[in-house]
Design a binder for this molecule. Structure first.
Ligand code: PAF
Length: 283
């Protein structure tokens, strides 16, 4: 596996690959890799001659500086996992490489509209602007043919889809959304799980159970009590929920009254101790 630390090296490699007609599948990450990331790499390997993974903990998407400071770093293990999984190249930029103009960077405002005002958009002000900023820069540097992201970050996938449309990059980059990978007890795989104490790790699976309960009890008509019940069940199990929402799976518009036809997704974000966990389930 080749490791690049500068955008210049990455661009040269990409141009060379493009001249040879070799397609590249790109998986952007913040490291602390787990099987969820490896499943994205597997999808990228299946559909492309070359695979590129980036590891960059992006400061501009953390609205809480303490969360940024405590983001897990397992770089040596990550490199080892990527080598073993057959990744072709790893991009490992510094903050200076990604933001040469310094922090906070001067960046365009991305018109995300409603997507930015609901759910994580409402609870993490500025978060999706930071995600767009870094992904836009990474895509300009990497110029991949295919981009792989996990459904676990459902709203982020919709934001990136919008970013591709806003920048016209959807003309040459295809976004592939891959299924959430779960531990054997149902907990969605996430780098943040590493920060849970053994007791919290045991409790954490409640999010998955509540989403499953919503799916099992889903009915036409009023859905408010279903959401409230799930939120109070989580509170009773030691969580501080930001939201449990049932929304239109295409627009993320919250649905209070269901006609039995609209495609739905249930989404949850809740703190367990200091760790904020998110998950979702297509209904
Ligand atoms: O999902 C993530 O790990 C990050 O938000 C991403 C897409 C790598 C951007 O920093």
């Amino acid at each position: 596996m080749i490791i690049f630390k500068t955008a210049g090296e990455l661009r040269t490699w990409r141009r060379d690959a493009a001249e040879k007609g070799l397609q590249t599948g790109f998986v952007p990450t913040m490291g602390a890799l787990h099987d969820g990331h490896l499943s994205l790499l597997k999808a990228a390997s299946a559909g492309n001659a070359l695979t590129l993974v980036s590891i960059f903990v992006n400061p501009t998407q953390f609205n809480d500086p303490a969360d940024y400071a405590k983001y897990p770093n397992t770089l040596d293990r990550d490199i080892d996992l990527l080598e073993k999984a057959g990744c072709t190249a790893l991009f490992l930029p510094s903050v200076e490489e990604m933001y040469p103009e310094g922090l906070p960077p001067s960046a365009p405002h991305y018109e995300l509209g409603f997507l930015e005002t609901v759910l994580d958009g409402a609870y993490r002000p500025g978060h999706f602007q930071g995600v767009c900023m870094v992904v836009h820069r990474l895509l300009k540097m990497a110029e991949p043919d295919n981009l792989y992201m996990g459904q676990k970050d459902y709203q982020q996938c919709m934001v990136i889809d919008r970013l591709l449309e806003l920048t016209g990059m959807n003309g040459h980059i295809s976004l592939h959304i891959c299924p959430t990978q779960r531990e054997s007890d149902g907990l969605a795989m996430s780098s943040r799980n590493l920060r849970l104490s053994p007791e919290e790790r045991h409790q954490a699976t409640a999010i998955y159970r509540e989403l499953k309960a919503i799916r099992e009890q889903l009915h036409r008509g009023d859905l408010i009590s279903l959401k409230q019940k799930a939120a109070s069940n989580l509170e009773a199990q030691g969580f501080r929920p930001d939201y449990i929402e049932i929304a239109d799976a295409r627009t993320l518009q919250p649905v209070g009254e269901w006609d039995g036809k609209r495609p739905l997704v249930a989404l949850a974000a809740a703190f367990l101790g200091e760790v904020r966990l998110i998950d979702n389930m297509i209904m």
